[in-house]
Ligand binder design. Sequence first.
Ligand code: AMP
Length: 447
Amino acid sequence: MPFKQLGLPDTLVRASQAMGYAQPTPIQLRAIPAVLGGRDLIGSAQTGTGKTAAFAMPILARLGAHRKGPPRVLVLEPTRELAAQVETSFRELGRFTDLRAAVIHGGVGYGSQRAALRNGTDILIATTGRLLDFLQEKALSLAGIEVLVLDEVDRMLDMGFINDVRRIVSQCPPRRQTLFFSATVPPEIEAVARFALRDPERIEIGRARSVTETVTHKLCPVLHEQKFELLLALLNRTDFKSVIIFSRTKHGADRIARRLKAAGHPAATLHSNRSQNQRTEALAGFKSGRYDVLVATDIAARGIDVSGVSHVINFDVPEKPDDYVHRIGRTGRAAAEGDALMLVTPEESGDVRDIERFIGARIERLALDGFPYANGAPPHIDTSRPMQNPRRKGGGQHQRGGGNGGLAKGSRGQNQSRSAGGRPHGGAHPGHHPKGKPGQHWRRGGR
Ligand code: AMP
């Protein structure tokens, strides 16, 4: 079904054509008519499914034309990068209208944001902290809000912003339309939804826990002391266009970037200890192709849309199973093919087990042909039995299956492995190869 049959005005149908959108994605097919009809909405959709346009297009359609006065739409985002990206989407999709969008977030000066608010904006995209600052100094009123969008609510919960979100919601007029997006809806989030929404329509696209179908994802067993060496070997042998390397910690990200630079792979770095200028420069440099490697913590894992990311490498296993899905969702966006690899030491096998249970599938093992593995073969990553570590609470308690089941969050303790490691792997060739030449450099791990 083409965009024009969804009830969108011509200005937006033309914008979708200008953006190169041939037809609506599944979430757009369902959300656009619901939002145009004025309904509240809870949407859970996989990352990279066209969620932003699914809410931005009908919102722009409902607003019509610019009007003087306070903002009529407020979009809350968990990170500065997402806020900036969503503002860009509103601008691009609203290019044939005179509607105005502005973004406010921390990490930069107040001056230009204050000026944007004074000049008047129809749509305000914000992170919570800076928005509360402006509300406190009465530089902004939310009394005119007609549509409130709470985006990536599970991320806001993880980042400790949920009380700020509640404070902001209670400053918006009770008569409004509220759109609520969250990859998962555990009980804490359900409670926020009950507080913020009225008789919402629920839209769930795909299983929130499944890996994007267009991503081939595998894990590479390796001993801790050979991790960086394996990373380098993968980078040297893989014909990647652009790759995001995920590190669990900011310190780890800096260290990886330093070592990559020393090995002749200059990389941009994105994490929350960097200044906003550095973050903006890193993302812009990566998007423009100046850097083909971006080393990031999970701040970059949610929602950041960089087209053409050909590979994601998890240098370490993500802290929470749902972050695995988000991290590798950076590649294979909007149905492009992508590859995701995760370097795993025997110490991390318990975390991998949690991920496998979360996504409901075993992750294929890969051994790199010709790599000088310390014991002559990659170590064994045993995910068949639960961890025996008493400090680790909640491991293996994740509910299976799709939908909005309660995800046992914050369940990590310090991981101790009970895996002996060092079991030899088999040598079958996989059907897929990152360079598109099956089996040339890769062989399947035996376990
Ligand atoms: P999002 O899930 O909002 O982050 O969108 C992911 C990517 O899909 C962005 O690059 C969008 O520009 C793109 N996109 C959104 N809607 C469509 C569509 N209908 N057809 C093709 N690409 C789209």
